[in-house]
Design a binder for this molecule. Structure first.
Ligand SMILES: [Zn+2]
Ligand SMILES: [Zn+2]
Length: 307
């Protein structure tokens, strides 16, 4: 099953010509989710392969304007497009009150269920994955999210199955699902023909946060970490003051977490043009080489690891 990150808005605070405010999508199979929904997100969505109608859930990292002001418009458009499928909205405490404000002047005819998380809660099942959250350090309540796929079954040993007398067909399927089968009165268990189970993919999204080492543990071993990098390395003090991180700090978290790839987002408008953005990337790569600085509308496939 494919898994793809689609960057819809990679800028911080206000939109510029080159970067819109925060939003991204994760596509998995035919379904998708949005993470944050800044102003103008639905128009960005139209320029990608993501469809608003395929959005099963919207996760809000926190309730600052640059992450949420696209929400009422997107919810209304889904209604106008004839959506009937339920939508799950996940966010920090306060999300329920916010939605009362957003939806009070309008009506949407599809069901919207709101789930507030505050870090360390029971996981939710979203996009066929396990969704967990971590409370991070920003101005006000803010969350990082982690999506974990279930482990995949181990590799099926076709030759061994045949050797044991199993005939291709429904019995193969049963063994692949982990069931035992009986052939000529002999019970064959799945572990005789299945290798050990293989890890699923994991994605972590920091949301807005100041440098927060605990995030390294939360993101441990993830295939991709999407971390905010509002400022360049020489603005660490400013970053701390506003509850944000530098690109170097994001790279430090990625290195500690031993993730496969780091994507830097939430870039301050001061770096949207010219050399400065490249400088932000350069200093991050000195610490963690597998770092990318996506542009709006870029997408990245997250491959399954073969073991
Ligand atoms: Zn922000
Ligand atoms: Zn914020």
């Amino acid at each position: 099953m494919n898994m793809e990150l689609v960057f819809l808005g990679t800028g911080a605070s206000t939109p510029t010509v080159s970067r819109n405010v925060s939003a991204m999508a994760v596509r998995r199979g035919g379904q998708s989710i949005l993470i944050d929904c800044g102003e103008g997100t639905q128009r960005q969505v139209l320029r990608t392969r993501v469809s608003l109608m395929s959005v099963e859930a919207i996760l809000l990292t926190h309730l600052h304007g640059d992450h949420i002001l696209g929400l009422p418009g997107a919810l209304l458009s889904m209604d106008l497009l004839g959506r009937e499928a339920p939508l799950v909205l996940v966010g920090p405490p306060g999300t329920e009150d916010l939605m009362k404000v957003f939806l009070s002047p309008f009506r949407v005819s599809y069901p919207v269920s709101i789930r507030e998380m505050s870090g360390g809660d029971d996981p939710l099942e979203i996009l066929g994955c396990r969704l967990t959250s971590l409370s991070v350090r920003h101005r006000g309540k803010a969350l990082a999210y982690r999506l974990d796929e279930d482990p995949r079954p181990g590799r099926f040993d076709l030759l061994e199955a045949r050797k044991l007398g199993v005939v291709e067909g429904p019995l193969f399927g049963a063994l692949q699902r982990g069931e035992s089968v009986t052939v000529n009165g002999r019970v064959i268990s799945s572990d005789q023909v299945l290798g050990k189970s293989r890890a699923g993919r994991s994605l972590v999204f920091s949301g807005d946060t100041t440098y927060f080492p605990e995030l390294g543990e939360f993101a441990l071993g993830a295939d991709a970490l999407v971390h905010e990098a509002t400022f360049a390395a020489d603005q660490a003090e400013l970053a701390r003051k506003w509850g944000h991180s530098t690109s170097l700090e994001a790279a430090t978290i990625a290195k500690a977490a031993e993730v496969d790839r780091l994507f830097l987002v939430h870039i301050s408008p001061r770096y949207h043009q010219g050399r400065e953005g490249r400088e932000l990337l350069r200093s991050a790569r000195e610490v963690f080489s597998a770092t990318d600085l996506p542009n709006d509308l870029d997408s990245y496939e997250i491959p399954l690891k073969e073991e």
